[in-house]
Design a protein around this ligand. Sequence first.
Ligand code: PDD
Length: 284
Amino acid sequence: MSRTVYLNGQFILEEEAKVSIFDRALLFADALYEVTSVIDGKMIDFENHMKRLDRSMEELHYPRKLDHKEIKSFHHELIKRNNLSEGIVYLQVSRGVAERDFAFPSEKTEFTVTAFTQEKKLVENDAVINGIKVMSIEDLRWKRCDVKTVQLLYPSFAKAQALKEGYDDAWLVRNNYVTEGTSNNAWIVRKGTIITRQTDNLILKGITREAVKECAKELNYKLDYKNFSVQEAQAADEAFITSATTFVTPVVKINDKKIGDGKPGKFTQLLRKRYIEKAKENTI
Ligand code: PDD
């Protein structure tokens, strides 16, 4: 069945949604996005996604911001019209349509705002039950990974490479340290302490990462923010990833090495349970 999508203020069928070939998203990947998860027909952490969108727009000198209330309202409308119970709302904002030119267009150029829903099993799925296998691959992305742009060719390439080699995803490695997954943050657990990389321009500061930090504190886990290498990750007791589409998902193998006993870790499972409980209490 055809979905209803959102395009610049209108709700239309997906076949009818048309964007100009001069859109800067197409020509320069000049667009920002957010992915908000939906469970039981309600959104998780919507406001924090909007704050990050504002920041991304500021960092790339978008001349205006969007109204969060309006965005919330069309997200709710899309969820309703598409009868979405579990999945995501994808939101994209491009700098708009202009003659092809490397220079930014006039500040008066209207943004192109698009959004759509996607069904996805977030709470129960095979990845949660069995854990995922990741392959390490050099991080060749640009150095502004803190900005959530649609310039995703390299992460897509890395994921395709991992799948081709029989893995589920890739962990990206820069200067011998794991930065993050192709579309998620990377974590390890060692002797009761959970470790994830410090945030800077080389990773995206995940909204799920921040929520998981709070859950970890509640569970009295020790937290450490620091770089770790692939070898350290392989020697860890547990490993996992976090994102809006995976929540907390165990990693059971990194390259040719099983993590712990090769099964989803205990800390990881408890953290996932707490994350989902807490997320459900705060959905809108
Ligand atoms: N990706 N790091 C990268 C590179 C990401 O693309 C994402 C999210 C994350 C986790 O961020 P959050 O917890 O806010 O989802 C970290 C989304 C899900 C995507 O591109 O589909």
